[in-house]
Design a protein around this ligand. Structure first.
Ligand code: FES
Length: 232
Protein backbone atom coordinates (compact mmCIF):
# COMPACT_ATOMS: atom_id res chain seq x y z
CA UNK A 1 0.00 0.00 0.00
CA UNK A 2 1.42 3.26 -1.11
CA UNK A 3 2.30 5.93 1.40
CA UNK A 4 0.27 9.00 0.59
CA UNK A 5 3.01 11.27 2.07
CA UNK A 6 5.82 9.83 -0.17
CA UNK A 7 5.92 11.15 -3.76
CA UNK A 8 5.85 8.47 -6.40
CA UNK A 9 9.17 7.66 -8.16
CA UNK A 10 7.98 9.00 -11.49
CA UNK A 11 4.59 10.45 -11.26
CA UNK A 12 3.04 11.09 -14.55
CA UNK A 13 3.72 14.62 -15.89
CA UNK A 14 6.51 15.41 -13.48
CA UNK A 15 9.82 16.76 -15.06
CA UNK A 16 12.89 14.56 -14.74
CA UNK A 17 15.22 15.44 -11.90
CA UNK A 18 18.08 17.82 -12.81
CA UNK A 19 21.54 16.55 -12.00
CA UNK A 20 23.64 18.79 -9.77
CA UNK A 21 26.57 20.52 -11.67
CA UNK A 22 29.85 18.76 -11.21
CA UNK A 23 33.02 20.73 -10.52
CA UNK A 24 35.35 21.01 -13.55
CA UNK A 25 38.01 18.37 -13.81
CA UNK A 26 41.48 19.62 -12.98
CA UNK A 27 43.46 20.47 -16.16
CA UNK A 28 46.67 18.55 -16.67
CA UNK A 29 49.78 20.56 -15.84
CA UNK A 30 51.34 22.26 -18.86
CA UNK A 31 54.78 20.99 -19.79
CA UNK A 32 57.62 23.22 -18.65
CA UNK A 33 58.43 25.84 -21.31
CA UNK A 34 61.92 27.28 -21.71
CA UNK A 35 62.21 31.07 -21.57
CA UNK A 36 64.45 33.17 -23.87
CA UNK A 37 67.49 32.27 -21.84
CA UNK A 38 66.75 28.57 -22.12
CA UNK A 39 65.57 28.23 -18.52
CA UNK A 40 62.50 26.20 -17.69
CA UNK A 41 59.73 27.54 -15.55
CA UNK A 42 60.65 25.02 -12.92
CA UNK A 43 64.20 26.32 -12.93
CA UNK A 44 62.91 29.87 -12.68
CA UNK A 45 60.83 28.83 -9.73
CA UNK A 46 63.86 27.33 -8.06
CA UNK A 47 65.68 30.63 -8.70
CA UNK A 48 63.33 32.34 -6.30
CA UNK A 49 64.51 30.27 -3.42
CA UNK A 50 67.52 31.32 -1.33
CA UNK A 51 70.82 30.12 -2.84
CA UNK A 52 69.13 28.99 -6.00
CA UNK A 53 70.67 31.30 -8.65
CA UNK A 54 73.97 29.48 -8.90
CA UNK A 55 72.30 26.08 -8.91
CA UNK A 56 69.79 27.25 -11.48
CA UNK A 57 72.45 28.69 -13.74
CA UNK A 58 74.54 25.55 -13.48
CA UNK A 59 71.55 23.34 -14.07
CA UNK A 60 70.25 25.23 -17.08
CA UNK A 61 73.56 26.19 -18.82
CA UNK A 62 73.94 24.61 -22.19
CA UNK A 63 77.29 22.85 -22.12
CA UNK A 64 78.09 24.42 -25.48
CA UNK A 65 76.93 27.90 -24.44
CA UNK A 66 79.95 29.82 -23.14
CA UNK A 67 78.71 33.31 -23.99
CA UNK A 68 78.49 34.69 -20.39
CA UNK A 69 82.00 33.43 -19.68
CA UNK A 70 83.32 34.97 -22.91
CA UNK A 71 81.71 38.28 -21.99
CA UNK A 72 83.50 38.35 -18.68
CA UNK A 73 86.76 37.44 -20.37
CA UNK A 74 86.20 40.14 -22.98
CA UNK A 75 85.70 42.74 -20.27
CA UNK A 76 88.82 41.56 -18.50
CA UNK A 77 90.73 41.83 -21.77
CA UNK A 78 89.46 45.35 -22.38
CA UNK A 79 90.39 46.40 -18.87
CA UNK A 80 93.91 45.04 -19.23
CA UNK A 81 94.24 46.63 -22.66
CA UNK A 82 93.22 50.04 -21.33
CA UNK A 83 95.59 49.68 -18.40
CA UNK A 84 98.48 48.74 -20.69
CA UNK A 85 97.76 51.66 -23.06
CA UNK A 86 97.62 54.13 -20.16
CA UNK A 87 100.90 52.78 -18.79
CA UNK A 88 102.59 53.10 -22.20
CA UNK A 89 101.32 56.68 -22.62
CA UNK A 90 102.58 57.62 -19.15
CA UNK A 91 105.97 56.08 -19.92
CA UNK A 92 106.21 57.97 -23.22
CA UNK A 93 105.25 61.26 -21.53
CA UNK A 94 107.89 60.68 -18.89
CA UNK A 95 110.49 60.01 -21.59
CA UNK A 96 109.58 63.19 -23.44
CA UNK A 97 109.78 65.14 -20.20
CA UNK A 98 113.18 63.71 -19.35
CA UNK A 99 114.68 64.00 -22.87
CA UNK A 100 112.69 66.67 -24.74
CA UNK A 101 115.48 67.88 -27.04
CA UNK A 102 116.66 64.42 -27.95
CA UNK A 103 113.23 63.27 -29.04
CA UNK A 104 111.66 66.37 -30.62
CA UNK A 105 114.24 68.88 -31.79
CA UNK A 106 115.38 68.68 -35.42
CA UNK A 107 119.12 68.62 -35.98
CA UNK A 108 120.65 72.03 -35.42
CA UNK A 109 123.15 71.73 -38.27
CA UNK A 110 122.72 70.42 -41.77
CA UNK A 111 124.53 70.54 -45.07
CA UNK A 112 122.44 72.17 -47.77
CA UNK A 113 124.40 71.14 -50.85
CA UNK A 114 126.72 73.17 -53.08
CA UNK A 115 126.19 76.84 -53.95
CA UNK A 116 125.90 76.14 -57.65
CA UNK A 117 122.78 74.06 -56.95
CA UNK A 118 120.80 77.22 -56.18
CA UNK A 119 119.39 79.96 -58.33
CA UNK A 120 118.46 83.46 -57.26
CA UNK A 121 115.49 83.60 -54.91
CA UNK A 122 113.89 81.76 -51.97
CA UNK A 123 114.43 78.01 -51.74
CA UNK A 124 111.89 76.17 -49.55
CA UNK A 125 113.35 72.66 -49.58
CA UNK A 126 114.64 72.96 -45.99
CA UNK A 127 111.64 74.66 -44.44
CA UNK A 128 109.61 71.66 -43.34
CA UNK A 129 112.46 69.65 -41.84
CA UNK A 130 114.70 72.40 -40.48
CA UNK A 131 112.54 75.54 -40.40
CA UNK A 132 114.89 77.38 -42.76
CA UNK A 133 114.49 79.30 -46.01
CA UNK A 134 117.75 79.41 -47.91
CA UNK A 135 117.85 82.62 -49.95
CA UNK A 136 120.28 83.52 -52.71
CA UNK A 137 120.35 87.24 -53.45
CA UNK A 138 122.24 89.32 -55.99
CA UNK A 139 122.59 92.08 -53.39
CA UNK A 140 122.10 91.83 -49.66
CA UNK A 141 120.04 94.54 -47.96
CA UNK A 142 122.89 95.49 -45.61
CA UNK A 143 126.12 94.24 -47.17
CA UNK A 144 125.19 95.07 -50.78
CA UNK A 145 126.97 91.99 -52.10
CA UNK A 146 125.68 88.76 -53.62
CA UNK A 147 125.43 85.55 -51.65
CA UNK A 148 123.34 83.39 -49.34
CA UNK A 149 121.57 83.78 -46.03
CA UNK A 150 119.41 81.39 -44.01
CA UNK A 151 116.14 82.83 -42.73
CA UNK A 152 114.48 81.18 -39.74
CA UNK A 153 110.79 80.53 -40.46
CA UNK A 154 109.46 81.81 -37.14
CA UNK A 155 107.33 84.95 -37.07
CA UNK A 156 108.75 87.59 -34.74
CA UNK A 157 105.28 88.54 -33.55
CA UNK A 158 104.06 85.44 -31.70
CA UNK A 159 105.96 82.61 -33.30
CA UNK A 160 103.70 81.30 -36.07
CA UNK A 161 105.19 79.94 -39.28
CA UNK A 162 104.86 82.35 -42.22
CA UNK A 163 104.34 81.20 -45.80
CA UNK A 164 106.34 82.27 -48.82
CA UNK A 165 104.08 83.84 -51.44
CA UNK A 166 106.10 83.57 -54.65
CA UNK A 167 103.62 85.65 -56.67
CA UNK A 168 104.13 88.57 -54.29
CA UNK A 169 107.74 87.69 -53.49
CA UNK A 170 107.22 88.02 -49.76
CA UNK A 171 106.64 86.02 -46.57
CA UNK A 172 103.17 86.29 -45.04
CA UNK A 173 102.22 85.13 -41.56
CA UNK A 174 98.80 83.40 -41.47
CA UNK A 175 98.15 84.25 -37.82
CA UNK A 176 97.92 88.04 -37.73
CA UNK A 177 99.00 89.12 -41.19
CA UNK A 178 102.58 90.22 -40.69
CA UNK A 179 104.53 90.52 -43.92
CA UNK A 180 108.28 90.23 -44.50
CA UNK A 181 110.34 90.94 -47.57
CA UNK A 182 112.63 88.24 -48.95
CA UNK A 183 115.46 89.88 -47.02
CA UNK A 184 113.51 89.09 -43.84
CA UNK A 185 112.72 92.73 -43.07
CA UNK A 186 109.19 93.26 -41.70
CA UNK A 187 107.03 95.81 -43.52
CA UNK A 188 103.38 95.12 -42.57
CA UNK A 189 101.35 93.71 -39.69
CA UNK A 190 102.17 93.52 -35.99
CA UNK A 191 105.60 91.85 -36.23
CA UNK A 192 107.95 94.23 -34.37
CA UNK A 193 111.21 93.27 -36.05
CA UNK A 194 112.71 91.32 -38.98
CA UNK A 195 112.95 87.56 -39.19
CA UNK A 196 116.13 86.15 -37.70
CA UNK A 197 118.92 84.61 -39.72
CA UNK A 198 120.88 81.46 -38.88
CA UNK A 199 124.63 80.92 -39.12
CA UNK A 200 125.71 80.01 -42.63
CA UNK A 201 129.26 79.03 -43.70
CA UNK A 202 131.02 76.82 -46.21
CA UNK A 203 131.93 73.36 -44.90
CA UNK A 204 135.30 71.73 -45.64
CA UNK A 205 133.82 69.78 -48.51
CA UNK A 206 132.53 72.96 -50.17
CA UNK A 207 128.89 72.48 -49.21
CA UNK A 208 126.75 75.12 -47.53
CA UNK A 209 126.52 74.45 -43.79
CA UNK A 210 123.56 75.94 -41.90
CA UNK A 211 123.59 76.09 -38.11
CA UNK A 212 120.29 76.93 -36.41
CA UNK A 213 121.85 77.05 -32.96
CA UNK A 214 123.19 80.54 -33.66
CA UNK A 215 120.83 83.38 -34.57
CA UNK A 216 121.53 86.86 -35.96
CA UNK A 217 119.14 89.79 -35.46
CA UNK A 218 119.19 92.82 -37.74
CA UNK A 219 117.95 95.25 -35.07
CA UNK A 220 121.08 94.35 -33.10
CA UNK A 221 123.38 94.98 -36.08
CA UNK A 222 124.17 91.25 -36.38
CA UNK A 223 123.34 90.76 -40.06
CA UNK A 224 126.78 92.09 -40.98
CA UNK A 225 128.46 89.31 -39.01
CA UNK A 226 130.69 87.21 -41.37
CA UNK A 227 128.71 84.10 -40.41
CA UNK A 228 125.31 85.67 -41.01
CA UNK A 229 125.89 85.88 -44.76
CA UNK A 230 127.77 83.64 -47.19
CA UNK A 231 129.28 85.62 -50.04
CA UNK A 232 129.12 83.87 -53.37
S1 FES B 1 102.37 85.43 -35.10
FE1 FES B 1 102.81 86.17 -37.08
S2 FES B 1 101.64 87.96 -37.22
FE2 FES B 1 101.20 87.22 -35.24
Amino acid sequence: MADETTPPDNPAGAPPPVAAPRPPAPRPAAPAQPDLAGRTTSAMARKDTPGAPARAAAATRDPDDTSPLLTRRAWMGLAWGAFSAASAAALAATGRFMFPNVLNEPPQQFKAGFPNEYGIGVDERWKEKFGIWLVRTPEDVDLHVSGFYALISVCTHLGCTPNFLSAENKFKCPCHGSGFRTSGVNFEGPAPRPLERARIVLADDGQILVDRSRHFQRELGQWTDPEAFLKA
